[in-house]
Design a protein around this ligand. Sequence first.
Ligand code: PNS
Length: 170
Amino acid sequence: MRRIAVYPGSFDPVTMGHLDIIERANRIFDKVIVAVFHNPNKDPLFTMEERVDMLGKVLQDFDGVEVDSFQGLLTDYLKQKGAGVMIRGLRAVSDFEAELQMASMNKKLAPELETVFMMTNTKYAYLSSSLIKEVASFRGCIKELVPDDIVPKVIERLKEKGKLIDKEEC
Ligand code: PNS
């Protein structure tokens, strides 16, 4: 039986912390589907298509990893994909409460599915997409925190949205 896992998230944008989890999950599961969630209630920096495209490029050399997007319930998406596991990265204790709540709700919705938590590499424990956007908007250096190709995209998009303050680039 092939073990298929889904790694869901907003990925707005993908960070080195996400990549680390994907790389490690890829060693455990036969197939990892990185699934970008389309949340109609959020105003993301990048469109869903752009996030899927960026992930696709960053992950093009990862055998066994597929990039997709989904709307609606995560549990329904897993069933549709024939996946038995959803992967979530845990950074600090502060993540635990929300993750426990989500995992418990997903268990209630679909008892046959499992949430597997992976501890984030301590190197990236402080990283989040929101913090990346905040730091970049104030012209802080985000190199080595997101894949190289993503750095100019974040800066460019913040500029387009009028969210970049004037200062020398890093
Ligand atoms: O990267 P994020 O924003 O922490 O990811 C959150 C995500 C996409 C995993 C979560 O919001 C989700 O699963 N959304 C799908 C809708 C759903 O199933 N909601 C009930 C979750 S208990």
